[in-house]
Design a protein around this ligand. Sequence first.
Ligand SMILES: CCc1ccc([C@H](C)CC(=O)N[C@@H]2O[C@H](CO)[C@@H](O)[C@H](O)[C@H]2O)cc1
Length: 820
Amino acid sequence: LSGHEHTRTGLSQAALKQAFIDNLFYLQGRFPEVATPHDFYMAAAYTLRDRLLDRWVKTARSYKHSQARTVCYLSAEFLLGPHLVNNLINLGIMDTARAAGEELGLDLDAIVQEEEEPGLGNGGLGRLAACYLDSLATLEIPAIGYGIRYEFGIFDQTIENGWQVEHTDAWLRNGNPWEIYRPKLRFPVKFGGHTQQYDDDGHLRIRWIPDLVIEGRAYDTPILGYGVNNANLLRLWSAHATQSFNFQSFNTGDYYGAVRAKVEAETISKILYPNDEPEAGKELRLKQQYFFVSCSLQDMLRLQFNTTGSVEKFHEKYSVQLNDTHPAVAVAELMRLLIDDYKMTWDPAWEITRHTFGYTNHTLLPEALETWSVELFGRILPRPLEIVYEINRCFLDEVRMRFLGDESRVARMSIIDETQGRRVRMAHLATVGSFAVNGVAAMHSELVKSTILKDFHDLWPEKFHNVTNGVTPRRFIVAANPRLATLLTERLGSDAWVRDLSLLRSLEAHADDTGLHADWQAVKTAAKEDLSNWLGKHAGVTPDPASLFDVQAKRIHEYKRQHLNVLHIVTLYQRLKANPHLDLPPRTFIFGGKAAPGYFMAKLIIKLINSVAEVINRDPQINGTLRVAFMPDFSVKNGQRLYPAADLSEQISLAGKEASGTGNMKFSMNGALTIGTLDGANVEIREEVGDENFFLFGLTAEQAQRHQAQGYRPWEFRHESEELRSALDLIDSGLFSHGDKELFRPLTNSLIQYDPFMVLADYEHYVSRQSEVGHAWRDREHWNRMSILNVARMGKFSSDRSIRDYCEQIWKVQPAPADV
Ligand SMILES: CCc1ccc([C@H](C)CC(=O)N[C@@H]2O[C@H](CO)[C@@H](O)[C@H](O)[C@H]2O)cc1
């Protein structure tokens, strides 16, 4: 070990090696000869953990000293992905660790495979939160992520006989070395019961007498930035009974009674809801939302009160971001805590509250805008409901004053929807209680202002912002595609691009460099070979890496139109069957994505993809010209296998439906060209990379809107297009379902009669654009040039740029570098 180094914090090969051996011995109680791959993984994890905690403690100390303004990101989901490689990269010791491993005769890549992925999210929203934590730390912004420590994350997906099968995700079964349990940090959370007024030496106050009080306990995970000393905090709450064992019940032999409170309490943080759209009336979901929000706000108020002795300047210390409406009850809960616990009066409490929150909307889908029945909300949260009523009363007064006599506007804007049996509109509560509201892509933010929150934009135009999503290049280039990262660093002369992605722009000058083209193609081909081998083992299909890898990976949803992709595949199949000599460039269609367990049509789409795959992949006449594969268990970990290996990225949602998309950015950053609609962030990707380097198709949002307003008759499109009709008929013929003509009928019927996401209307344009893709692919030099230009121009889509936008436009917070 070099002079000043310490085995628990040193970054040298010797220090890492010694620390690893010590941890294997003293934490795993193993010596190498008998240690399991899991022991080696835990020893490696604990070795990094020390270095993370070293930076985390120093960061916490310097934030405390500097009284730094802090961003708190409230999210019901954090899709973190595996920690080990990400932390090795952010510590800058990837190669050193690999060398230390070799010295011990260990293969780091094998150890990495041991890690269980913390799947505490469904998709885009949860992963965005994780990317933002990485960028906040890398930009040295004081920040805390607050969420729920689900015991079971998003289900593991297997494909049985073509169908999705869900399996419980017991991610904690082997322990989690990346978190620290804070047993003393616990907060009471009330549910049910009633409220009553009482006199508090002359002040009329309200107390909440709950039916049930449970306890939230903190589990902390350090989030280290890239190439900095700052390590921020992710604090996840776990639900526990205040009294975990009732001895009296036990004595009376009521053994279940003895543990009932424990079981009931723990259900609150037991499992992540696997849907990316709300399921009506799920009271456990409301309890989950209130639980983590109340714990988080109590924690922030405690920190503020302990450091300043008051909470009056709470909004100057904290900027709290609501990640969609899932934490929106925070607006009422902060008011409750300030008034009932910190004895404030209404107006000063409201001044603090409305200057504390920012609200980000992530979807326009009406069914995804959360509302809770007043009956359920009031039964679970009687005191917060009283506060919602008072907030609404004051708000509607403002609306009436501003829009005299416009009672229909008042009814439209009310936080309480008086129509369908009285429901609490969470998006309205979030908007009224926030000083800033933003969408997640330019087009989406405009639609938020012109549709779902139009009335609010009329009232408060200054509140509305756009912050286009971004993704972290640390995980989605450096960790996922180390070959590309090495090539970029070589060509750009340093790895500064990892912290400043706009530096990629200077790659444009190399776009015609044949040497780069060769290296570029080699990097892509190697990634495709890796994926091909993995799919061979896990999906029963070994695609030819020389074929065009056409990839669509995202949650399965009708608005994302995976079934439009399948119609194209069936069309190519029919063309080849009709003309075996058709000169089609070999193409492999790769799908990945989970369907919400209760979403019938999404699950049927997965079955259709696998059924079409089965027929095409074994059709001797096709003989590899077309291949279809469904990657099981699409996750952050498996996504990192896909993004580097794609040639074509499918971003084909109906325009106006995908708020932003972030997979589109990850594919393009790894050199894939995009075929897509003018939807979400596709619009901005095309603006950046150049429309000549983007395969655009489809109706615009306006055209789609107009079509539907004038009465969209999908069956006419089937009628007019011979290929579309025969593709639909082939699916109905039973060819892909062992002769069962009924299996896919629900899907084809829905398309022909309703087609809410206008698949049939966009079919022709999509199929013709796809044949242009085939032509472009033939001219590999031209393709590689487009691919290089795509990567060179993706700087805007780093989550560092998004976080800078939030800091400047909304959070008004400055970096606070941790002193080492
Ligand atoms: C209540 C159930 C539920 C769960 C999740 C959601 C999310 C809002 C769905 C989601 O993940 N939205 C995606 O957010 C991404 C990050 O901003 C966007 O890039 C995607 O376009 C958007 O669909 C809605 C409703």
